[in-house]
Design a protein. Structure first.
Length: 368
């Protein structure tokens, strides 16, 4: 991996030390150029604009597994989760289980189900912020319909054991749903190997897309259960009758016209991921976080992410220098020095990507 050449693809690296990739990926030159090409067509020859619906789904299938027609294009992770939560045929006494520290996009849609009599069970994480599979299993019963979790926790970067959690769900006859936004594109994620029934993610973080891009994967078994709740023009056969004939695949969950310019440009980002290889990206970010962990420990700065087990690590690392107020002041100090991190849950979240360097980590450590 030629880091110098790759950094040239990301203009942000000329201006700041960008260590906030878990919030949003900086736009790279390839995506920007493909967007520009599309906009030129839109203004000069709109009848020649390409359709990328099938191409994007094929690329996602190639990267993460599952069949291309099991993917629906959506605008965000939250939309994908909401489609599933609202579309499941819940009955009185049913429950859904999720870790208590999930992102709002994987919490609010489930909490809303309490109005429909669904038992929403939030399982506390361990004191070291790990999601404990046994604690999850202890809350699963014969009325559990969906077990939902993030592949990677957005605050601490804890990487869940998806295979073990999927086994817990499937042994109870429940569906296993994953919020993949902090894993897709930067951590190994395989629908088949991990036993995932449903996967939702947006494109604007580790997948090098723009805001408004995303996907919802729903396998055949789950499609038999989850009904469309916001069907748009691409969800059913336009047979010029008044019959609603949903497509026999994940298209049924698509809500309408998408931002074609954004999805078209996203293909360049997905091509870059394929070119580099997600396994190589994962190895690179683990190296950078190893380097950061060593530097933090040398300075006696507290790491709040669980980092002892390599299989539980991701590209996200959380740290603290004291109180939430002190951490906020540190964030503002770093921002003033063009070192971009994120304040999260009263701590500091650092999230490098492959284009970051050891020298940039050194700059961060020196500024702490």
């Amino acid at each position: 991996m030629d880091i110098t050449a790759l950094r040239a693809e990301f203009p942000v690296t000329d201006h700041v030390i960008y260590l906030n990739n878990a919030a949003e990926s900086p736009l790279n030159n390839r995506v920007r150029q493909r967007l520009a090409d599309y906009l030129i067509l839109a203004s000069e020859a709109p009848h020649k604009k390409p359709s990328v619906r099938h191409a994007v789904k094929a690329m996602l299938s190639d990267l993460f597994g599952g069949a291309a027609d099991e993917y629906a294009l959506v605008t965000s992770t939250g939309v994908g989760v909401s489609i599933v939560a609202a579309g499941y045929p819940w009955k009185p006494g049913d429950n859904v289980i999720l870790p208590a520290d999930e992102h709002w996009n994987n919490t609010f849609p489930w909490l809303a189900l309490r109005q429909r009599g669904v038992d929403v069970r939030l399982v506390p994480v361990d004191p070291d912020y790990r999601v404990n599979p046994q604690a999850i299993a202890d809350r699963v019963d014969k009325n559990t319909r969906i077990l939902a979790t993030a592949a990677v926790e957005f605050n601490t970067g804890f990487r869940a054991d998806l295979k073990q959690l999927s086994q817990i769900a499937h042994q109870a006859g429940a569906l296993f749903m994953v919020d993949g936004i902090q894993a897709a594109g930067v951590c190994p994620l395989n629908i088949d190997a991990d036993g995932i029934d449903i996967l939702a993610a947006a494109g604007f973080k580790w997948l090098f897309g723009m805001p408004g891009t995303g996907f919802l994967y729903v396998n055949r078994r789950a499609q038999d259960l989850i009904q469309p709740v916001m069907p748009g023009m691409f969800a059913a056969d336009n047979n010029h009758t008044r019959d609603l004939l949903y497509f026999p695949d994940a298209r049924r969950y698509e809500t309408g016209t998408i931002a074609y310019s954004h999805f078209h440009s996203w293909t360049a980002g997905l091509e870059l991921l394929k070119e580099l290889g997600i396994a190589n990206i994962h190895a690179r970010v683990l190296h950078l976080t190893d380097y950061l962990i060593a530097g933090l420990r040398a300075r006696n700065i507290k790491i709040t992410s669980p980092v002892e087990h390599i299989a539980e690590r991701s590209a996200i690392l959380s740290l603290t220098i004291g109180s939430p107020q002190e951490n906020q002041a540190l964030y503002e100090k770093l921002f003033a020095q063009d070192i971009i991190v994120a304040p999260r849950d009263g701590r500091i979240r650092v999230s490098p990507n492959f284009f970051n360097t050891e020298a940039e980590i050194d700059r961060l450590l020196q500024a702490l």
